[in-house]
Unconditional design. Structure first.
Length: 417
C-alpha cells in the first residue's frame, strides 16, 4: 500500500491544514487513500471540487476517496451522493486523530460514511501545530479560525464555525521553533485575522500579538500578516506598522466593494471612506506600504454607477495587487436571494477590474526600478521583496537567504535583479 494522496483546493489555511492532516494520517497508519480538502467560497469552487474528485477516481480507480474541508462541511450531502466518494469528513473531524484512526484499510468500510458535526458548537482552538509549512524560506502559522460575522455573500462561517484564537504564548513558541529551524519569514494566517483575541482572557488584539511576537522572537527577520479587515485594525497594530521594521509593508485588505450601498447590502462593517482613510493612514505611517485587496464584481443589485465606485477604489486606495471575484451565488446565503446581475455584465466588470489591477501593478513595478530591496529567496531564481513583489534572478541564489539587490528592470508581472 502507498502513502495517501492529498489534494488541496482553496485558501492558504486549507493548505496549512492539509499538512496537519498528512501528519495525522501518517501517525494513524492510513495507506492507499485519496484525500480531497475542498473549498466552499463560491459555487464554482464546489463545482471544481466535484470535478477534481471525478478526475482522481479515474487516476486511482481502487483507492478510497475521502472528502473534507469547507464544502464537505457546508453541503455533505452533495459529496455523499457522489459514487466516487468513500467518506465525507467535516472541518472539525479532519483535525482529530481519532478520525484518522478509523481510516485504516481494515476499518474504513466499517464506520459511518458521513462524519460532519455542527461546526457552530466548536469553541476550542484547533490544537494542530505544524513546523515549516510553506517554502523553505517562509512558514505559515495559523493563529485564528472561524468567523463571527455574517456577510450576506459568504458561506465560510458555516464551514469554519465561530471565531476562535490560538493563545499568544502558543503562537510565540511555535514561531521560536520555526526560527530555530532556519525560517526567516513567518506569515500569520486565519479566517478573520483581525478578530484574533476576542475570545481570549483580557481580549487582546492582533496588534498586541504582533508586538509580542516581535519582542519575544528577536531573531525573526520578517513577520507578515495575511488578509485583514481594515475597519478592525487596532491602535497597537497601527503602531506596529509605524515602528516595527520587521513587520512587512504589505497588507491584503478584505474590501469587497467600493460603493456604500453595496457594502451595506453585503453587511460589511466599513464604508468606502473608511477604506480610503485606512490606506492613507497606513501609508502615512509606513510610506513604502503596498496593498492588495479582494473585490467582488457584480454583487446583486450592483448598477453601472455602483460598479464605477468599486473600480475607482483601486486608485482612491492606491491598491497594487487585486484579487477579483466574479459574484457567484452561494445557496443558503442572503445574497443568493437578492436580484442578480446578468452573467455577461459580471464577466465584463470582472475583466475591467482585472485590467485596473494589471495597470496598478505595472505602476508599482515601474516605480521600483533602480531601488534597493531586501529579497527573500523562495527558489534559486525567484524571491520576494518586503512588499511581497516577485523578483526574478538570472543567477541562482541560495534558497531561504535574504539578499540586498538593486532592481534592474521588470517584466509584465515581476521585477528583475
Amino acid at each position: 500500500m502507498s502513502a495517501p494522496v492529498f489534494t488541496t483546493l482553496g485558501c492558504r489555511l486549507n493548505a496549512y491544514e492539509t499538512e496537519a492532516m498528512k501528519a495525522l494520517a501518517e501517525s494513524a497508519g492510513v495507506q492507499g487513500a485519496v484525500v480531497v480538502n475542498t473549498c466552499a467560497v463560491t459555487a464554482e469552487a464546489v463545482r471544481k471540487a466535484r470535478q477534481e474528485i471525478r478526475r482522481l477516481r479515474r487516476e486511482h480507480p481502487d483507492a478510497p476517496i475521502i472528502v473534507t474541508g469547507c464544502a464537505a462541511q457546508t453541503e455533505p450531502e452533495t459529496f455523499a451522493a457522489m459514487p466516487e466518494v468513500t467518506r465525507v469528513i467535516g472541518n472539525t473531524e479532519k483535525m482529530q486523530a481519532a478520525t484518522w484512526a478509523q481510516l485504516t484499510p481494515d476499518l474504513i468500510g466499517a464506520t459511518e460514511r458521513v462524519q460532519v458535526d455542527d461546526i457552530m458548537s466548536v469553541r476550542e482552538t484547533a490544537g494542530h501545530l505544524i513546523d515549516g509549512f510553506g517554502t523553505r524560506a517562509r512558514a505559515y502559522v495559523q493563529v485564528q479560525n472561524g468567523c463571527d460575522h455574517r456577510c450576506t455573500f459568504c458561506i465560510i462561517p458555516f464551514g469554519r464555525g465561530n471565531s476562535r484564537s490560538v493563545p499568544a504564548g502558543v503562537v510565540v513558541e511555535q514561531i521560536k521553533r520555526l526560527v530555530g529551524q532556519g525560517y526567516h519569514e513567518v506569515v500569520l494566517t486565519g479566517v478573520d485575522l483581525t478578530s484574533w483575541g476576542a475570545d481570549l482572557p483580557a481580549t487582546p488584539r492582533l496588534g498586541d500579538l504582533v508586538r509580542r511576537i516581535l519582542k519575544l522572537v528577536p531573531d525573526l527577520a520578517r513577520l507578515r500578516i495575511s488578509s485583514i479587515d481594515s475597519i478592525e485594525a487596532d491602535p497597537a497594530l497601527m503602531e506596529a506598522i509605524a515602528t516595527e521594521a520587521r513587520l512587512m509593508p504589505h497588507l491584503h485588505l478584505s474590501l469587497q466593494a467600493g460603493d456604500d450601498m453595496i457594502l451595506k447590502r453585503m453587511k460589511r462593517r466599513h464604508l468606502r471612506d473608511d477604506a480610503i482613510r485606512f490606506c492613507e493612514e497606513a501609508r502615512r505611517l509606513r510610506p513604502d506600504m503596498v496593498f492588495g485587496a479582494d473585490i467582488i464584481a457584480g454583487f446583486p443589485t450592483e448598477t453601472d454607477a455602483m460598479f464605477a465606485n468599486s473600480l475607482k477604489l483601486v486608485d482612491d486606495c492606491g491598491l497594487t495587487f487585486l484579487h477579483v471575484f466574479p459574484f457567484s451565488p452561494r445557496k443558503g446565503t442572503p445574497a443568493a436571494r437578492m436580484p442578480q446581475v446578468a452573467g455577461q455584465a459580471i464577466r465584463d466588470r470582472a475583466a475591467r477590474l482585472r485590467d485596473a489591477g494589471t495597470r496598478a501593478c505595472a505602476t508599482h513595478l515601474t516605480a521600483q526600478q533602480g531601488k534597493r530591496h531586501r529579497v527573500l529567496m523562495e527558489n534559486p531564481h525567484m524571491g520576494r521583496t518586503e512588499q511581497f513583489t516577485e523578483v526574478d534572478f538570472e543567477t541562482p541564489q541560495p534558497v531561504g537567504s535574504i539578499i540586498d539587490v538593486t532592481i534592474s528592470g521588470r517584466s509584465e508581472t515581476r521585477l528583475r535583479a
